[in-house]
Structure formats: structure tokens, C-alpha cells
Ligand binder design. Structure first.
Ligand code: AMP
Length: 286
């Protein structure tokens, strides 16, 4: 690896901008990959896409307190910055921005970004305030780095739509790119939260993807939304999921409810369900 491609780690907005300025002056394009760390192959797929999109890649590692509810796993969320830095370096990421919470939210911080409508359903209904926290931190990261491209995973499809909407509504000059979900060989979507699963739960977890694929296939074969959603929920219960937050067919552009009859194009099937204290989400295209 040439020194020019060594990973630099910065923790302040000022240091981030100090690295970005000469790149801009040299007409180099920048891709931003926001993450909460505990990086896995799914995140690295985003970094690889970023590499193809721009001359310089900036990954952010920030466990954003504002997107966690009071009863959620903020303090338990996995953190391993040294390992993250090694993985990013191996992918030829140029810069890792890992701010402390006080750098992002200094005393007196009082602004929030809220994207109405699409933030209120699915994970937004199950996790009140979550997408406000996401929209606020993503807006800040985009303002801090002013990237040409920002990369997000389809694993969090609703988040991707929220970001697309805020970028459009606030006239931000950035292209938002979605990357397909990286999965384990048994279909389980890779997630930092998979680390919480016991071996028994890990064996059940891929059935979430199986149920989604089953629903998408039934819809594609002309089945109704009502039947596909009922069969999906029944499959999750039979597999051993203890609680189902949702199993729903919705519009892929606007998250509008589909059904009860056939699903119009473009639709996706979305699910969130619990194994013990771990909440898993996934979605597939119809
Ligand atoms: P997180 O660290 O969980 O906030 O995720 C950071 C980014 O990585 C988000 O854009 C996620 O959608 C994306 N991501 C997480 N898991 C995956 C996956 N399995 N495949 C693709 N992208 C992912």
C-alpha cells in the first residue's frame, strides 16, 4: 500500500475538513460511507462501491446516540475501533472519521431533522424517534464532508429512503447510492447485532430471510398481499421468533401500504422480528 493510501483517522470536523480541502482542490471526488462501526462484510461492500464511485473514500464510525431509544442497546452496541480501522485500511479507505459524541452534539445542540411520513411506518412505528436521529446525524455528516456520493445499504431500506428524501427536500448536492444486502451463505443479512445471537438463535435467524423470499415469490406468482403477509408471520412464529414487529408489503419508492389484493410494482416485503433481546430486520424486492 502506498503511503498516499494509508488510512488516516480523524476525530474532529476541523480535521476532517483539513483532509478534504486539498482533495477538492485537486478536483478529486469523494464518497462517504456512514457506519456505526463493528464493521462486517456488508459495510465493506459499501466501501468497495465507494471506491468505484469516487477518487477518495471517507468512512465514518459513530454510534449515534440520537437514533437509539431509551430502552435500546446504546451502551451494549458492539464497538471495536482498532479492528474497524484495520478492515478499512485493507479496503483502501482514505479516511476514517470517528468523532466523540460531544464533537457531534456539543452542549446546547438543539436542531433536529425530521422526515415526515416515511419515517412513521415500519421501524419508525416500532422505534419512535429513531429516524429523526438518523436524519439529523446523516444531514450533519453530509454537511461536514460535502461528499459527491453517499453510500447506504439496502439492508436498512427505510433508512435509505429517508436519506434520499432529506437530500431531495433540503437540496443537498450529493448522489445517494444504495448497495444490495450482503448475506451469510444461509441467507441471514449481515448485521453488527448478529453478534448478540446465541448459537440456537443464530440457527433460527436465517428463517427471516426465508419467509421474506417466500412472500416475494408468492406475490410474484400472483398471490395477494393479505395471504403473503399472513403466511410470512405464521412462518416466523413457527420458526421460533418471539415477537414480530411487522411483516408488510409496501411500495419500494414511498413505503405506501400495498394490498389486500395483488402488489403493484415496485413493491418490497419488509420484516422485523425478535429472537430473545435481539431485533432483526430484513427486506427483499418482489
Ligand atoms: P450500521 O453500521 O448498521 O449503521 O450500517 C452502516 C451502513 O451499512 C448502512 O448504510 C447499512 O444499511 C449498511 N449495512 C449494514 N449491514 C449491511 C449488509 N448486510 N449489507 C449491506 N449494507 C449493510
Amino acid at each position: 500500500m502506498s503511503d498516499d493510501h494509508a488510512l488516516r483517522i480523524v476525530r474532529t470536523v476541523a480535521a476532517l475538513r483539513a483532509h478534504l480541502t486539498p482533495w477538492r482542490e485537486n478536483k478529486q471526488t469523494v464518497a462517504l460511507v456512514p457506519t456505526m462501526g463493528a464493521l462486517h462484510e456488508g459495510h465493506l461492500a459499501l466501501v468497495r462501491s465507494a471506491r468505484q464511485q469516487a477518487d477518495r473514500v471517507v468512512a465514518t464510525v459513530f454510534v449515534n446516540p440520537r437514533q437509539f431509544g431509551a430502552a435500546e442497546d446504546l451502551s451494549a452496541y458492539p464497538r471495536n475501533e482498532v479492528k474497524d480501522a484495520g478492515l478499512l485500511a485493507a479496503e483502501h479507505c482514505d479516511l476514517m472519521f470517528a468523532p466523540a459524541p460531544e464533537e457531534m452534539y456539543p452542549p446546547g445542540f438543539s436542531t433536529s431533522v425530521s422526515v415526515e411520513g416515511i419515517s412513521d411506518v415500519l421501524c419508525g412505528a416500532a422505534r419512535p424517534g429513531h429516524f429523526g436521529g438518523v436524519a439529523t446525524v446523516v444531514t450533519k455528516l453530509l454537511a461536514q464532508a460535502l461528499p459527491d456520493v453517499a453510500i447506504f445499504g439496502e439492508k436498512d431500506f427505510q433508512q435509505l429512503l429517508v436519506v434520499r428524501r432529506l437530500v431531495r427536500d433540503l437540496d443537498l448536492r450529493v448522489e445517494v447510492l444504495g448497495v444490495p444486502t450482503a448475506r451469510a451463505s444461509d441467507g441471514l443479512a449481515l448485521s453488527s447485532r448478529n453478534a448478540y445471537l446465541t448459537p440456537e438463535q443464530r440457527a433460527v435467524a436465517p428463517r427471516l430471510h426465508t419467509a421474506l423470499v417466500g412472500a416475494a415469490a408468492a406475490l410474484a406468482a400472483g398471490g395477494t398481499v393479505k395471504a403473503a403477509e399472513a403466511a410470512g408471520k405464521a412462518a416466523l412464529e413457527a420458526a421460533g421468533f418471539e415477537r414480530i414487529d411487522y411483516f408488510e408489503v409496501r411500495g419500494a419508492d414511498d413505503l405506501a401500504r400495498r394490498g389486500p389484493g395483488a402488489a403493484e410494482d415496485p413493491s418490497r416485503v419488509f420484516a422485523a422480528a425478535w429472537l430473545g433481546k435481539t431485533r432483526l430486520i430484513d427486506n427483499v424486492a418482489v
